[in-house]
Design a protein around this ligand. Structure first.
Ligand SMILES: [Zn+2]
Length: 263
């Protein structure tokens, strides 16, 4: 565990950082690492002189396994309220299965391919035992931070995934940003995978507009905004499918059939 700012701590978990934030009424945990990270996180809670029951809020920045992996175990151990953006809820609950977002660089494409091969051979599934869990609250509920006594805001920062969120702490001006950016070779760079590159750009800007002193990513060390390096990429327009599929349902004739049946 390392101190990022007054009342904000970085707790490296399995494959990703998690963060503990001290609030007036307890602790806020941001993200939970891959499955099997719970003991590391609970040890960090103990190192702060706190009990597991002091964790009042568990905030999930987005749907990926390295962020939600130990959510079930930590919710059980702490009884903290589990919160994510509404779009991420079905993935945390195991109703929908995560698909790796689009890769925007050669390295990203290679990593995406490797992930696909690993999943198809079931190796990944055997290694990663994810336990689905129900999310208790939605991140756009403004009472969530008030209840825990934290002066800050939960900011919707889509791009990496549709329901990605960041936590901004007013007192220390720290932004905990999940996979909005990642630290690589001393710079904050865009993630390997992004569902929507233009949303990603505006989300980074939304965080910068809050004038943060330091940005805390899931991957790598926290860094100041001056270390952001984003490649200029132009999002290609989505091609619309114009060819009419013969199997398509003819809505007009279906409506006629239904009205004939009804009469
Ligand atoms: Zn991610």
């Amino acid at each position: 565990m390392s101190k990022v700012a007054e009342g904000v701590y970085r707790v490296p978990a399995r494959h990703a950082n998690t963060y503990l934030v001290e609030a007036d009424n307890g602790l806020v945990l941001v993200d939970t690492g891959m499955p099997g990270s719970e003991n590391r996180i609970l040890k960090a809670v103990a190192d702060l002189g706190r009990e597991p029951s002091d964790v009042k809020l568990i905030l999930l920045t987005h749907r990926h396994w390295d962020n939600i992996g130990s959510a079930a175990a930590l919710k059980k151990a702490t009884s903290g309220m589990l919160v994510s953006h509404g779009f991420e809820k079905p993935y945390v609950a195991g109703t929908l299965v995560v698909i790796t977002p689009r890769a925007w660089s050669l390295y990203g494409r290679i990593a995406r391919r490797a992930l696909a091969i690993a999943s198809s051979t079931k190796k990944l599934l055997r290694l990663v035992k994810y336990h689905p869990v129900l999310v208790d609250g939605a991140s756009d509920d403004e009472s969530i931070l008030k209840d825990v006594g934290l002066d800050g805001s939960i900011v919707w920062t889509p791009g990496h995934t549709k329901g990605s969120i960041s936590l901004f702490v007013n007192k220390s001006r720290v932004a905990i940003i999940g996979d909005l950016l990642r630290t690589k070779r001393g710079k904050l760079r865009e993630p390997l995978f992004m569902e929507n590159i233009s949303q990603e750009r505006s989300s980074v800007q939304r965080i910068l507009d809050l004038h943060p002193v330091i940005l805390c990513p899931s991957r790598g060390k926290p860094l100041p905004p001056s270390k952001i390096r984003i490649k200029e990429r132009i999002a290609k327009p989505v091609k619309m499918e114009t060819k009419k599929d013969a199997e398509d349902i003819d809505l007009e004739s279906l409506a006629k059939d239904l009205s004939a049946e009804a009469s």
